[in-house]
Structure formats: structure tokens, C-alpha cells
Ligand binder design. Structure first.
Ligand SMILES: [Zn+2]
Length: 103
């Protein structure tokens, strides 16, 4: 997983994503899926402590944990889903004016 350290890096990566509404992916139906977070811990993407912010093409989800870390994951697998962490960044590296993603 890439950890993005600057606002310009975060902005550039997010600008390449086709961001959509989170409900486009029916995540609840998948049950518990652990993902490796940019904060260094593992969380369940359907857990109460994780905010599911947006979907992206294709089959990607932007998540935010209670430690204020964002992680973009890609969901793979058919019967058994798994989450591949692509990149992440801390709240402080986020461009606040990015209106595509509401928290
Ligand atoms: Zn985390």
C-alpha cells in the first residue's frame, strides 16, 4: 500500500478515480471483510468504527477509520471477498475543498 504524505499527492490520486456514491456497492451483503488500514491496523470494512465514504471504479471503496486515516481498497474475489489496500493517507493530508467526498 502506498502512503500518501502530501495534499498534492492525495489530490492527484483521487482525481484519477471515478468516485461514486457509496450505496452503489452493496457492502453490507458481504459481511465482515478485514482490510489493512493506512494507520497500520486491520479493520472490518463493515464495522461500526469505519466510515464508508465513497465508491470508485471498479469495485473500490474509500474508507476512514477512527484514527483519522483514509484507505482506498479494492474488493476482489467472487464467493470469498477480500480487500486489497491500494493507498491511504491521514486526515491532515486531505484537500478540504474536495467536494466529491463528504465525511
Ligand atoms: Zn485505521
Amino acid at each position: 500500500m502506498d502512503i500518501l504524505k502530501s495534499k498534492s499527492e492525495v489530490k492527484e490520486r483521487l482525481s484519477k478515480e471515478k468516485i461514486g456514491a457509496i450505496h452503489l456497492l452493496r457492502l453490507q451483503g458481504y459481511g465482515s471483510i478485514k482490510y489493512r488500514c493506512a494507520c497500520g491496523q486491520e479493520h472490518d470494512l463493515n464495522g461500526d468504527d469505519v466510515k464508508r465514504l465513497a465508491s470508485a471504479k471498479s469495485f473500490k471503496v474509500l474508507l476512514k477509520c477512527q484514527n483519522e486515516y483514509y484507505t482506498m481498497i479494492r474488493i476482489e474475489g467472487f464467493f470469498r471477498k477480500k480487500a486489497i489496500s491500494e493507498y491511504g493517507f491521514h486526515e491532515s493530508s486531505r484537500e478540504n475543498k474536495n467536494k466529491n467526498i463528504s465525511t
